[in-house]
Ligand binder design. Structure first.
Ligand code: NDP
Length: 295
């Protein structure tokens, strides 16, 4: 099966690595060509010079870019994929995208005989490396069956969310919850530090109690208490995801003040910490505001 993979970023590269083996015949494209060259030095894959060249013979195209805007750009831009995709191909967009853009891309591609599913992932870069990502996909079951093997190469829990765009919707809300958990855990621990409670003691209790979350059980102990703050998922991308959830809520007439507040706070954090900061570094903003460190 000929597979083209577009976007070898923090999560794209380890996902693509699972496709660099039989029965797949992998070709990759990345905007910064040196990353694609390095990938091909370490994996069984060819490098394409342009997005069009990558997809020309592909049965399946996987995209994993920051947002739907970049997917559209790679589709429609100079040497873009649109004119080169072959009839009968399937595009799997693993970007955490936005539902309206995914629906419009699916309609446009469908008119050219190319099928589309949105298939955002969760599980982080560690899940991508181990091939155990959760994949939430939107689209037709008959399309999914044609590409099941590709998705199973990097996914473990694979869930049909609904029609095209439903995977994006689910992913955006999941990440809005992550944003709320990070901010609320940071605020709670900041208060406890001020109250003279050791944050490690606080986490020990919270993680045996009802205030716990993945943030309190894993992210804060491994990344904040240690001051390691590794870069695995850019804060800018999480801000984008909460923004998608907030816009969805407005479009659907849902009342979601917490999601709106988390979106505003992550916007602030992105302005303070920049494009390369990791998502967990939002804790640093709360620390600065309170004049303390959670350690
Ligand atoms: P990165 O920022 O690490 O990588 C982004 C990729 O997109 C790079 O390959 C980059 O190329 C490319 N790119 C950026 N802008 C453009 C453009 N204008 N045209 C073409 N290519 C472009 O992101 P991640 O790999 O972390 O994330 C990818 C997607 O997966 C996002 O939607 C993210 O929300 C989602 N995701 C990420 C997770 C994570 O843990 N990292 C977890 C779950 C989902 P270049 O190398 O040239 O910069």
């Amino acid at each position: 099966m000929k597979v083209a993979f577009i976007g070898l970023g923090d999560i794209g590269a380890p996902m693509a690595a699972h496709l660099a083996r039989d029965p797949f015949d992998l070709i990759v494209w990345n905007r910064t060509a040196s990353k694609a060259d390095e990938f091909a030095r370490n994996h069984k894959a060819r490098v394409a010079a342009t997005p069009a060249d990558a997809v020309r013979d592909a049965d399946v195209v996987v995209t994993c870019l920051p947002s739907s805007a970049e997917v559209e750009a790679v589709l429609h831009g100079e040497n873009g994929m649109l004119g080169a995709l072959q009839k009968g191909a399937v595009m799997i967009d693993c970007t955490s995208g936005d539902p309206p853009t995914s629906r419009s891309m699916a309609a446009e591609l469908g008119g050219r005989g190319v099928a589309f599913i949105d298939a955002p992932v969760s599980g982080g870069t560690s899940g991508a490396k181990s091939g155990t990502l959760t994949v939430m996909w939107g689209g037709e079951a008959t399309v999914f069956e044609r590409v099941r093997e590709v998705i199973e190469a990097f996914g473990k829990k694979i869930v049909h969310a609904g029609p095209v765009g439903a995977g994006d919707a689910l992913k955006a809300v999941n990440n809005a919850l992550l944003a709320v958990h990070i901010l609320s855990a940071a605020e709670g621990l900041a208060v406890l530090v001020k109250a003279g409670v050791d944050p490690k003691v606080a986490l020990d209790v919270i993680n045996a109690s009802s205030g716990r979350s993945n943030t309190s059980e894993n992210l804060i102990p491994q990344r904040v208490i240690t001051r390691a703050f590794p870069r695995t998922f850019r804060l800018a991308l999480l801000e984008k995801d909460i923004g998608i959830a907030a816009v969805m809520a407005v479009d659907l007439g849902a009342t979601t003040p917490l999601i709106s507040l988390a979106a505003a706070r992550f916007h602030e954090a992105r302005e303070q910490l920049g494009e390369q900061a990791d998502h967990v570094e939002a804790v640093r903003m709360v620390e600065r505001e309170n004049g303390l460190e959670i350690r």
